[in-house]
Design a protein around this ligand. Sequence first.
Ligand code: FUC
Length: 778
Amino acid sequence: MIKYKVLLFILIPILGYSQKSPLELWYNKSASQWEETLPLGNGRLGIMPDGGVTTEKLVLNDITLWSGSPQDANNYKAFSFLPQIRELLLDNKNSDAEKLINENFVCTGPGSGSGDGANVQFGCYQVLGDMTLKFDYKTKSQPINYSRNLNIQTALASTQFTIDGVTYKREYFAGFGDDALFVKLTSSKKGKLNFTVQLDRPEYFKTENGKDNSLVMTGQLNNGIDGKGMKYKAKVKAKTTDGSVLYANNTIEIKNATEVILYISAGTDFKDKNFESSIDKILDVTMLKKYEDQKKIHIQNYQKLFNRVVLNFGKPVQKTLPTNERLDAFLKEPDSDTELPVLFYQYGRYLSISSTRVGLLPPNLQGLWAHQVQTPWNGDYHLDVNVQMNHWALETGNLSELNLPLKDLVKGMIPYGEKTAKAYYNADGWVAHVITNVWGFTEPGESASWGIAKAGSGWLCNNLWNHYLYTKDQNYLAEIYPIIKGAAKFYNSMLVKDPETGWLVTSPSVSPENSFLLPNGQDAHVCMGPTIDNQIVRELFNGVIVASQKLGIDSDLRNDFEKRLQLLPPSGVIGTDGRIQEWLKPYKEPDPQHRHISHLYGLYPASLITPESTPDLAEAAKKTLEVRGDDGPSWSIAYKMLFWSRLKDGNRAYKLLKAILRPTLATNINYGAGGGVYPNLLSAGPPFQIDGNFGATAAIGEMLIQSHAGFIELLPAMPDAWLKEGEVKGLKAEGNFTINMKWKNGKIIQYEILSPSPEKVKIKINGKVKNVYSKSIQ
Ligand code: FUC
């Protein structure tokens, strides 16, 4: 029998948690391609310096900078084809149904432009511009003692080298104080800085020198209709201690200076119609402050979020190899650098803090860093795993509030999603399919094969719901209730009965981006009731039931959903080969190692499948993963890491982490085996896609703590390599609990569970389940 006892461990205060190894990326040469440059961002503005000696290119970003415009690409006649499409699916004529969908049931117009949407209305997240610094050292001597680094504990980057006895330093940060970018250049001997500053971008730009001693770039992107799309402005001003500054010929020219600070701000008219004067004001205010004060505020504000979590595995390392060489060494001998996974984990948190902020946009496929006008897949928000994965590390990683921008994006999609629900299904509520943008796109994509996936809106609701589970914030619950209810109502009103099983399922749909073989050998995508849809609908109905109870509203709807739940397919159907079926029918797969593993959604991020509550399904999930293999783009490997963590196999999760940390420089689009990280530790599909970083970060969190199965488990999925000793401060568990713990030789030796007020908690620690009381944070 389990007894409640006061947690004895907590009587010993746990002191001295601090990050033991420096959390730093560093290099002894400048970046030779963008994927080697260092990402800085303040959730709105981004800057990536390449550390070049004679020419430095700094790629600038603004997370709101999108081409395209709001559109209505709903086919309002689509609904009239729905009965025929459904009939064809009931008759097992999936290919005919797919043909009909391609003709009448996808979005109107070019949709996402097949992923090249910069000049259509869907639009594309784009680079803001390049700031180029060209230096004249008045000598032919080569630099020595070159180094550049990014310190993720302070969110500062720097470059340093010496030429002819003069040491040149550059320091860069994206301000968490004033909303600007900062580059400070110094020379160790007086008056040695001679350089010019230029701004440009591949298209739609004009540069000029402002009357207020500035360099300004302005432009308007293509909206996909008449060219009059989003307006933007970027502005640079310089402050020097000595020497001269000339603002002329669309440049800033600095001569014989010893210290120069460049202040850059930018903005668009996306949310701020007065963005031009806002930028002017930001720079005016910023430049009045002392640089050192500004830097101090920057570090303080950044650390308010970053320092919430401390993680150490094993022995601290004081000096590391340059990060690119460290990756090579890790590939050969991973267990000897247990601090690289720590760096990678904390880097994921750094990237979240840097690429989104409350009140603005969630991180897109590249966070907020892009160096092209046509970003791969439009740098959009993919709803069939990618944008969700971008947020999975946030709750355990104690950055909960950074989930709110996604909630805002989803909220903004609803009026569009309601139209789509009506146009295609004559259904209640709202739906979103596979892709969205900042303009509220919810229509099916332009091809049936991937575009009519139904999972998008339901999967987004999982993220929204998860934030509630971790925070228990009742006001937030009231805010998201209409969103999740609307999504559930959509599914509820479009489910149809599968005559073979009697279950209620979605139709038509696809299992995200995957295909199957029909009995006649034909490749098809469109089906009824793919497993992911069944799991999503089950989870969503459950969520609405719980939420309506907590809020004390909608009892009729709750009763209805409770009844409907009985008619849904189970969380998984185990096929004759022991795997979880991806589709309702036991179709054969043309690509058994496909990158998407959507039918394990119930295992993660949902908690419908757990080793404790559904051991058979958990076993079947293992078999599913064995056949799927361990390769893929990084996001897929990260997802597998998460699955194996939930299946409590830490060594397998670690094997996958090692696969993600394989060094690469490849940038060609890959859908198969690939993955890896660039020298700057950004993850590769390839190309660069930030979901691999965030997914792996979430998975490391999941290896350390799990709390989805009705209890908190400490160290549920640790690899042998990390068991010797380690400590964690500040990770979060569902129910708004904060966890601190230390372990040695695989056993927890100290822990604390903190919450706003003491609460009864069920925990699993060193293999034993017990009930304890948490300690009040105050
Ligand atoms: C989905 C994935 C691809 C890529 C793209 C952005 O389509 O299947 O691998 O991640 O999103």
